[in-house]
Write a protein that binds this ligand. Structure first.
Ligand code: UDP
Ligand code: MG
Length: 324
């Protein structure tokens, strides 16, 4: 028993929430350490994803006040998924288990005990699943639902209503480290690691300060990345579409020949314009999808680093001040 837990929190311009978040997480972790459900070597690890505000200064202050808080400073903004990965890969060397969560505490931290319980029950991965989406806007709720359905349709195994609130054992993290793709979509990759997993349900709260770093444009890019990095079905659909249109055009050819020889030829302006526009549209769309995949191959073959760590703030003596 008494395994080391690291909470990993990616932060991008989160100066408005960090103080409150750290206060609440400290209470939570200290209680768990006191109850002896986790080791006193457990830590709260913030990853500063190239913030332009005082986020990193606050993380430094927190670390100086109490060594239970640690930090990883990335060389620049790399996005939520890469920042999270940087945190997990750093924590992997020190922790028996990690839990990833957002800096705005939208994920209910009261279920952390349940995650840990599931870990002690022999699960290597525990997915946090939202029991409802009451706090989301109508738009976000429905686009998210559509996204999960679409992913499943494409044969990608995503856990429904699970974002990035999850526990992973060090063994699962070792597995994750083997996935070398530059364009990482954690939600789709983690189920591929395998091992025994389970689910913990929770209520998602509203962000208590600051604003969402996921505007519509980023959300769409994220969804497109998710689809194209996990499934080649869209390309297959295009192939199928091309084949069907070819068949149809064959019949159309027959029809025009019959009309030409046995009927009267009409100047088919309408059908001509419609087919030109439609085929043009389909071709452009297909080229776009194929281009998207080629772009992905281009990015992957360069093997660029997913993140570069500038500073790591972790002190390895025990957290004497952690019990408040
Ligand atoms: N985040 C990050 N890098 C980015 C964008 C976001 O590290 O480029 C972090 C952010 O600080 C937060 C988490 O990712 O801890 C989720 O972001 P946010 O709460 O804005 O997303 P939402 O909950 O609105 O989907
Ligand atoms: Mg949020």
């Amino acid at each position: 028993m008494k395994e080391v837990l690291y909470l990993v929190i990616p932060c991008y311009n989160e100066e408005q929430v960090l103080r409150e978040t750290s206060k609440r997480l400290l209470v939570k972790l200290s209680t768990m350490i006191k109850n002896k459900s986790i080791s006193e070597k457990s830590k709260i690890l913030f990853v500063n994803d190239g913030s332009r505000d005082n986020t990193w200064t606050i993380i430094n202050e927190l670390h100086n006040e109490n060594p239970i808080f640690c930090g990883v400073n990335l060389s620049r903004n790399k996005g939520h998924q890469n920042a999270l990965l940087a945190g997990l890969m750093t924590a992997k060397d020190y922790a028996n288990m990690t839990i990833s969560l957002d800096a705005d505490l939208q994920d209910d931290i009261d279920v952390i005990d349940k995650f840990v319980e599931e870990y002690y029950n022999g699960n290597d991965i525990v997915y946090g699943v939202r029991s409802s989406r009451k706090t989301d806007t109508f738009f976000k709720r429905n686009t998210a639902l559509g996204f999960y359905k679409f992913m499943n349709l494409l044969g990608v195994d995503v856990v429904y209503n699970h974002a990035d609130y999850r526990l992973m054992s060090s063994r699962a993290l070792e597995g994750l480290a083997e996935f070398k793709e530059v364009n990482l979509f954690l939600r789709g990759i983690v189920p591929l690691i395998g091992y025994k997993s389970s689910i913990v349900e929770y209520e998602r709260h509203e962000r208590f300060a600051g604003e969402s770093k996921y505007p519509l444009k980023k959300m769409l890019a994220f969804a497109l990345d998710g689809v194209t990095s996990l499934s080649i079905k869209p390309i297959r659909i295009i192939t199928g579409l091309g084949f069907s249109i070819f068949l149809i055009s064959f019949f159309a050819l027959l029809y025009t020949l019959i009309v030409k020889f046995f009927g009267k030829t009409v100047t088919g302006w309408t059908s001509l314009t419609v087919s030109i526009w439609m085929l043009g549209g389909i071709q452009l769309l297909s080229l776009g999808v194929i281009g998207e995949y080629i772009g992905k191959i281009y990015n992957e073959t360069k093997h660029r680093p997913r993140f570069i760590i500038e500073t790591i703030l972790i002190s390895h003596e025990e957290n004497h001040k952690s019990i408040i």
